[in-house]
Design a protein around this ligand. Structure first.
Ligand SMILES: [Zn+2]
Ligand SMILES: [Zn+2]
Length: 237
Protein backbone atom coordinates (compact mmCIF):
# COMPACT_ATOMS: atom_id res chain seq x y z
CA UNK A 1 0.00 0.00 0.00
CA UNK A 2 1.32 3.40 -0.97
CA UNK A 3 0.54 6.21 1.38
CA UNK A 4 0.14 9.74 0.15
CA UNK A 5 3.19 11.73 1.13
CA UNK A 6 2.57 14.62 3.47
CA UNK A 7 2.19 17.94 1.65
CA UNK A 8 2.20 16.13 -1.68
CA UNK A 9 5.97 15.96 -1.59
CA UNK A 10 7.65 13.70 -4.09
CA UNK A 11 11.34 13.16 -4.42
CA UNK A 12 13.18 15.47 -6.79
CA UNK A 13 10.75 18.34 -6.50
CA UNK A 14 12.91 20.60 -4.41
CA UNK A 15 14.59 23.46 -6.18
CA UNK A 16 17.21 25.27 -4.20
CA UNK A 17 15.83 26.56 -0.98
CA UNK A 18 12.18 26.45 -1.88
CA UNK A 19 10.17 23.30 -2.06
CA UNK A 20 6.98 22.01 -3.52
CA UNK A 21 5.39 21.70 -0.13
CA UNK A 22 5.64 25.41 0.46
CA UNK A 23 3.37 26.36 -2.40
CA UNK A 24 0.95 23.48 -2.12
CA UNK A 25 0.39 23.65 1.60
CA UNK A 26 0.70 26.96 3.32
CA UNK A 27 2.04 27.01 6.82
CA UNK A 28 0.30 23.91 7.95
CA UNK A 29 1.58 21.68 10.71
CA UNK A 30 1.29 17.96 10.08
CA UNK A 31 -1.30 15.88 11.95
CA UNK A 32 -1.38 12.15 12.60
CA UNK A 33 -4.82 11.98 10.95
CA UNK A 34 -3.89 13.71 7.70
CA UNK A 35 -0.18 13.04 7.39
CA UNK A 36 0.57 9.94 9.40
CA UNK A 37 3.04 11.87 11.54
CA UNK A 38 3.08 14.94 13.74
CA UNK A 39 5.36 16.85 16.11
CA UNK A 40 5.36 16.54 19.86
CA UNK A 41 4.82 19.69 21.92
CA UNK A 42 8.25 19.47 23.54
CA UNK A 43 7.63 22.45 25.81
CA UNK A 44 4.71 20.66 27.47
CA UNK A 45 6.78 17.51 27.81
CA UNK A 46 9.65 19.45 29.35
CA UNK A 47 7.23 21.04 31.84
CA UNK A 48 5.98 17.56 32.80
CA UNK A 49 9.56 16.33 33.30
CA UNK A 50 8.78 13.48 30.93
CA UNK A 51 12.14 12.29 29.59
CA UNK A 52 13.00 15.79 28.39
CA UNK A 53 15.02 17.98 30.76
CA UNK A 54 16.73 20.45 28.52
CA UNK A 55 15.65 22.75 25.65
CA UNK A 56 17.23 25.88 24.20
CA UNK A 57 15.71 28.96 25.89
CA UNK A 58 12.34 30.17 24.63
CA UNK A 59 13.91 33.35 23.25
CA UNK A 60 16.49 31.36 21.27
CA UNK A 61 13.76 29.13 19.91
CA UNK A 62 11.74 32.17 18.86
CA UNK A 63 14.55 33.78 16.86
CA UNK A 64 15.81 31.04 14.57
CA UNK A 65 15.30 33.30 11.54
CA UNK A 66 18.34 35.32 12.65
CA UNK A 67 20.60 32.36 11.78
CA UNK A 68 18.93 31.24 8.56
CA UNK A 69 21.13 30.28 5.66
CA UNK A 70 24.12 29.23 7.73
CA UNK A 71 23.63 25.52 8.19
CA UNK A 72 20.85 25.96 10.71
CA UNK A 73 19.31 22.77 12.06
CA UNK A 74 16.62 22.25 14.69
CA UNK A 75 15.99 18.96 16.46
CA UNK A 76 12.32 18.06 16.87
CA UNK A 77 10.40 15.11 18.31
CA UNK A 78 8.45 13.36 15.56
CA UNK A 79 5.54 11.07 16.34
CA UNK A 80 5.17 8.66 13.45
CA UNK A 81 2.34 6.25 12.84
CA UNK A 82 3.74 2.81 12.07
CA UNK A 83 1.71 1.52 9.13
CA UNK A 84 2.64 -2.14 9.53
CA UNK A 85 -0.84 -3.72 9.07
CA UNK A 86 -0.74 -5.59 12.40
CA UNK A 87 0.64 -2.53 14.12
CA UNK A 88 -1.83 0.15 13.06
CA UNK A 89 -2.16 2.07 16.27
CA UNK A 90 1.47 2.27 17.19
CA UNK A 91 2.95 5.74 17.20
CA UNK A 92 6.72 5.89 17.40
CA UNK A 93 8.67 8.84 18.75
CA UNK A 94 11.89 9.86 17.00
CA UNK A 95 14.18 12.81 17.69
CA UNK A 96 15.43 14.08 14.34
CA UNK A 97 17.13 17.10 12.78
CA UNK A 98 15.40 19.44 10.35
CA UNK A 99 17.28 21.91 8.18
CA UNK A 100 15.58 25.25 8.84
CA UNK A 101 15.00 27.24 5.65
CA UNK A 102 12.48 29.99 6.32
CA UNK A 103 9.96 31.50 8.68
CA UNK A 104 6.44 32.46 7.70
CA UNK A 105 4.21 34.02 10.29
CA UNK A 106 4.65 32.14 13.53
CA UNK A 107 5.95 28.97 11.88
CA UNK A 108 9.32 27.81 10.68
CA UNK A 109 9.75 25.74 7.57
CA UNK A 110 12.45 23.22 6.83
CA UNK A 111 13.27 19.77 5.47
CA UNK A 112 13.81 16.60 7.46
CA UNK A 113 17.54 15.90 7.43
CA UNK A 114 17.47 12.39 8.95
CA UNK A 115 16.20 9.07 7.68
CA UNK A 116 13.50 7.92 10.15
CA UNK A 117 13.97 4.53 11.82
CA UNK A 118 10.26 3.97 11.36
CA UNK A 119 10.40 2.73 7.78
CA UNK A 120 6.71 1.85 7.55
CA UNK A 121 5.52 5.35 8.13
CA UNK A 122 4.93 8.39 5.98
CA UNK A 123 7.79 10.51 7.38
CA UNK A 124 10.65 10.60 4.89
CA UNK A 125 14.04 12.24 4.75
CA UNK A 126 13.78 15.50 2.81
CA UNK A 127 10.09 16.04 3.44
CA UNK A 128 8.84 19.54 4.29
CA UNK A 129 8.21 20.23 7.97
CA UNK A 130 6.41 23.16 9.56
CA UNK A 131 7.07 23.74 13.24
CA UNK A 132 6.97 26.30 16.04
CA UNK A 133 9.35 27.31 18.84
CA UNK A 134 7.61 24.84 21.18
CA UNK A 135 8.90 21.89 19.15
CA UNK A 136 12.63 22.70 19.20
CA UNK A 137 14.72 20.57 21.58
CA UNK A 138 18.18 21.36 20.20
CA UNK A 139 19.90 23.58 17.64
CA UNK A 140 22.92 23.56 15.37
CA UNK A 141 24.09 26.88 13.96
CA UNK A 142 26.61 27.35 11.18
CA UNK A 143 27.83 23.74 11.16
CA UNK A 144 28.90 24.09 14.76
CA UNK A 145 28.21 21.81 17.69
CA UNK A 146 24.67 21.21 18.94
CA UNK A 147 23.63 23.89 21.45
CA UNK A 148 23.15 21.13 24.02
CA UNK A 149 26.92 20.56 23.95
CA UNK A 150 27.70 24.20 24.58
CA UNK A 151 25.09 25.32 27.07
CA UNK A 152 24.99 24.53 30.76
CA UNK A 153 23.89 21.00 30.08
CA UNK A 154 24.62 17.93 32.18
CA UNK A 155 24.33 14.38 31.01
CA UNK A 156 22.77 12.06 33.56
CA UNK A 157 23.08 8.28 33.19
CA UNK A 158 19.41 7.89 34.06
CA UNK A 159 17.78 10.94 32.50
CA UNK A 160 20.00 11.90 29.57
CA UNK A 161 20.65 15.54 28.64
CA UNK A 162 19.35 18.06 31.13
CA UNK A 163 19.59 21.62 32.29
CA UNK A 164 21.81 21.92 35.36
CA UNK A 165 19.84 22.41 38.59
CA UNK A 166 21.26 23.51 41.94
CA UNK A 167 20.26 22.35 45.42
CA UNK A 168 21.88 22.47 48.86
CA UNK A 169 24.06 19.39 49.33
CA UNK A 170 21.90 18.17 52.28
CA UNK A 171 19.04 17.37 49.93
CA UNK A 172 20.98 15.00 47.69
CA UNK A 173 19.98 11.41 48.44
CA UNK A 174 17.95 12.55 51.48
CA UNK A 175 14.28 12.26 52.47
CA UNK A 176 11.90 14.54 54.34
CA UNK A 177 14.30 17.46 54.81
CA UNK A 178 11.89 19.99 53.27
CA UNK A 179 12.24 21.69 49.91
CA UNK A 180 12.39 25.49 49.58
CA UNK A 181 13.01 27.26 46.30
CA UNK A 182 14.08 30.67 45.09
CA UNK A 183 11.50 32.67 43.19
CA UNK A 184 12.55 32.50 39.59
CA UNK A 185 9.71 32.60 37.09
CA UNK A 186 12.17 31.86 34.26
CA UNK A 187 13.24 28.56 35.73
CA UNK A 188 11.07 25.49 35.86
CA UNK A 189 13.46 24.07 38.47
CA UNK A 190 14.80 26.94 40.57
CA UNK A 191 17.61 26.61 43.15
CA UNK A 192 16.40 24.66 46.19
CA UNK A 193 17.41 24.04 49.81
CA UNK A 194 16.32 22.15 52.94
CA UNK A 195 14.46 23.25 56.13
CA UNK A 196 17.71 23.67 58.04
CA UNK A 197 19.16 25.95 55.38
CA UNK A 198 15.85 27.85 55.30
CA UNK A 199 16.13 28.53 59.06
CA UNK A 200 19.70 29.78 58.61
CA UNK A 201 18.60 31.96 55.72
CA UNK A 202 15.72 33.48 57.73
CA UNK A 203 18.05 34.30 60.65
CA UNK A 204 20.76 35.83 58.45
CA UNK A 205 18.43 37.63 56.04
CA UNK A 206 20.35 36.68 52.90
CA UNK A 207 22.71 34.02 51.57
CA UNK A 208 25.52 36.58 51.41
CA UNK A 209 25.11 37.40 55.11
CA UNK A 210 25.74 33.74 55.95
CA UNK A 211 29.36 34.09 54.87
CA UNK A 212 31.27 30.91 55.69
CA UNK A 213 28.10 29.22 56.86
CA UNK A 214 26.64 29.27 53.37
CA UNK A 215 25.66 25.69 52.50
CA UNK A 216 27.49 23.57 49.98
CA UNK A 217 25.70 23.47 46.64
CA UNK A 218 25.25 20.37 44.52
CA UNK A 219 24.24 20.22 40.89
CA UNK A 220 21.63 17.79 39.64
CA UNK A 221 19.93 16.95 36.38
CA UNK A 222 16.24 17.90 36.00
CA UNK A 223 15.05 14.34 36.52
CA UNK A 224 17.10 13.89 39.68
CA UNK A 225 15.90 17.31 40.88
CA UNK A 226 12.26 16.22 40.48
CA UNK A 227 12.99 13.03 42.41
CA UNK A 228 14.79 14.98 45.15
CA UNK A 229 11.82 17.35 45.45
CA UNK A 230 9.43 14.43 45.70
CA UNK A 231 11.47 12.74 48.45
CA UNK A 232 11.98 15.84 50.55
CA UNK A 233 8.62 17.56 50.27
CA UNK A 234 5.93 16.74 52.82
CA UNK A 235 6.29 14.54 55.87
CA UNK A 236 8.86 11.86 56.41
CA UNK A 237 7.59 8.32 55.87
ZN1 LIG B 1 20.35 22.34 53.23
ZN1 LIG C 1 19.23 12.44 36.58
Amino acid sequence: MVLADPFGYREGEFRGRTCFGMTRNRNRMATLEKDGWTLEDAEARYARGDDLFWMPTRSERERLEEDLGEGLYAKLIFLIQDTTPSDRRKVKGERMWVEVLSKKGALYHGHLANEPFTKRGSAKEGMPVWFGPEHVIDLIRGDGEPASRQAEVVECETHGLSETCYVCAHLVGARGLGFHTSENPDKLRPDAWCDECETLLQEAGSWEALGDREPKISSLCGGCYDRTRELNLGSEE
